[in-house]
Design a protein around this ligand. Structure first.
Ligand code: PBG
Length: 330
């Protein structure tokens, strides 16, 4: 004989909805929080004065001359964003990226100006050759091969020039083998023991960098970056990359891009427990902007949901073009 269950006979012992009833309760049991002090704002610094040129594929992101970069960083600081990471857009490019280590180039000049004019701002610099080479590749090339060890020597010079200018951290994003150790050794030898290294440790060969390459004018003229950036299919390899960079002296390790690689981020944080950054990259930002422009999604909501996801997966800090907007919303 079958019995029909009446509501009174339902014996549900676990009612998770009880804790979702009111905003107060939801806040009490919230597991993850964002705060502005975990955001870092990327800035693209170019030559000239009074330049504030919007990147077409990244609404709200600009190529800034040094004076404008100072204004932008000061405004970001006022919004509660504690750190910036600088990318250079030089006018002079050659096949070995000579201006990457030029003390008068935009990044080095901006570092000095920011340290002078925005007290307390944490200043990091991206270290790579792709913005400085005429061919747009991340290193010194011989035919279609990027020469690892020769490139590392150039990266070391670039990193040193950033340190001399006063950067707090240098962030090698090139994915050459051995660069973290080489930069650490050179910094120490030159008395920069206090300058840290944020390593782009697990950086994938990603289609999501498209808008950045427009912003930084760094699209490779031939080939792609598969010989040094990681295959999106791999995760064990990401853990090896991170392990090696920590051993070589990285203070902070980064996973990049962020949302398509949240599994990698979670594993890196869980396995190593090191200060871990995630880079919410240009394409991730532009996709949200584009959908919002069409009215297809609610931008503030999707922005916050995205950032909290990155945090929940294990990021201690987030590099994002949304840093100011998100800081203001918090
Ligand atoms: C290389 C570098 C890139 C990004 C950060 N550093 C571009 C690349 O590897 O092609 C991408 C950042 C973004 O897409 O927002 N200097």
């Amino acid at each position: 004989m079958t019995r029909t269950q009446t509501p009174a006979a339902l014996a549900i012992t676990r009612r998770l909805r009880r804790l979702r009833r009111t905003p107060t309760l939801r806040a009490l049991v919230r597991e993850t929080r964002l705060s502005a002090d975990m955001f870092m704002l990327p800035l693209f610094v170019c030559e000239g004065e009074g330049v504030r040129r919007e990147v077409p594929s990244m609404p709200g992101v600009f190529n800034l001359s040094v004076d404008e970069a100072v204004k932008e960083a000061a405004a970001a600081k006022a919004d509660g964003v504690p750190a910036v990471i600088l990318f250079g857009i030089p006018t002079e490019k050659d096949d070995v990226g000579s201006t990457a280590a030029d003390p008068e180039a935009p990044v080095q000049t901006a570092v000095r100006a920011l340290k002078r004019e925005v007290p307390g701002l944490l200043v990091m610099t991206d270290v790579c050759l792709c913005e400085y080479t005429s061919h747009g590749d991340c290193g010194i090339v011989d035919g279609d091969e990027i020469l690892n060890d020769v490139t590392v020597r150039h990266l070391v010079q670039a990193a040193l020039s950033h340190a001399v200018a006063g950067a707090d951290f240098v962030a090698p994003s090139d994915m050459m083998d051995g660069r973290v150790g080489a930069i650490r050794t050179a910094l120490d030898e030159h008395g920069f023991q206090q300058i840290g290294i944020v390593s782009y440790a697990a950086k994938y060969c990603s289609g999501f960098y498209g808008p950045f390459r427009e912003a930084a004018d760094s699209t490779p003229q031939f080939g792609d970056r598969r010989s040094h950036q990681m295959d999106p299919a791999n995760v064990a390899e990401a853990l090896r990359e991170v392990e090696i960079d920590i051993a070589e002296g990285a203070d902070i390790v980064m996973v990049k891009p962020a949302v398509p690689y949240l599994d990698v981020l979670a594993k890196v944080k869980e396995r190593f427990g090191q200060p871990t950054a995630a880079y919410h990259v240009s394409g991730e930002y532009s996709m949200i902007k584009a959908a919002a422009e069409r009215g297809w999604i609610d931008e503030p909501r999707v922005m916050m949901e995205t950032l909290i996801s990155i945090r929940r997966a294990g990021a201690d800090m987030i590099l994002t073009y949304y840093a100011r907007e998100a800081a203001r919303a918090l």
